[in-house]
Design a protein around this ligand. Sequence first.
Ligand SMILES: [Zn+2]
Length: 367
Amino acid sequence: MELPILFQELIADCRTRIRVLDRYEIERFYNWVQSQPKIETHVHLEAAVDESFYESRLSTQLRGGLLPWKRAPFQNLRSFIEAWVALSKGVRTLSDFEAMAESFVESRRVQNIRYTEAYISPADFSFIRKRFSISPEIFEFEAVISAYIRGLKNALKMYPDIDVRLIADSLWISKDDERTVIFEGLKNISLNRDYSDSQGHPLVVAVGLGGSETHESLNEHKDFFNSVRNLGYKIDIHSGEGGDPKVHRLSVETLKPDRVVHGFSGMTENFLFSKNLVMCPLSNLMIKTFQGQPEEHPVFECLKKGYPIAIGSDDPLLLGNSLALEYSFLHAVTGEGYDIFEFTQKNARERVLAPQVLRRLDKYFRC
Ligand SMILES: [Zn+2]
């Protein structure tokens, strides 16, 4: 397959400063990654389906503007969030969530991503939609998760060699009363067998924290996380996605997450949450949360030092990337993509939040 223009331009830009692999070698590696059975531990379900899913659902008024998936690269996180909100308006009924989950699993199958721990954003379609008057269709938090799970169960039944577990985003900007709604929803979900697979393993395994990092309610988030931990959920947060390294450090030290995504901004102060970190370099470059040259992205230093990081694609529909393209970027710059793939995939497998589920798929990952 032809590498996307945006990706080719990024590589061409690197080539003006450093030696990078030629296009033929990058394409060969890309195809190899696509063919490999692999796992992904950071991606957002809503932005990891084909554009065809949203094309038919977006209103005509939005179609007049620039489609959300044609906007990358973004000027900043804010303009990315605007595209995210525009995209989310395509979801109007509970059955859209079911169809989205099915479409997500289908895209996993096409990419040979056997196991995924995926973020979902039920809050965006419930109280956030209401709070910012984004769209007239307001859903109950728990009803959204329930619809995602119905779709997921249908799709996983069709593809028994693929598995997906969910991480419910509780959002950096959520308020006390909103977190109460989230807690009640998560409590019901943890108690209901319908939200588990046939072996009794829960389909929602963790609670996330996404959007712009803010310390407005850090201690409240901490209390909230302690209470959801008691329900059996792990904690997986977005932090250190650019911005002040001290903010990132304080977030991690206060919230004590099981996994962090991005995390690179701490490196200027010698702080890295390396025990379970997922990095998404192309995402950081496309949203300009990392503002240096692409080849200077901290992911390269982490790999050189052997930190046990994993790689994720974040929001492939909006960013024009994919897991295979993230790896292809690392290969283009280092020439060591095959080793990086083995290393980071192993790191990811050893650090999944639901190891008992991954074990069922072990046979695909035996070296
Ligand atoms: Zn993310």
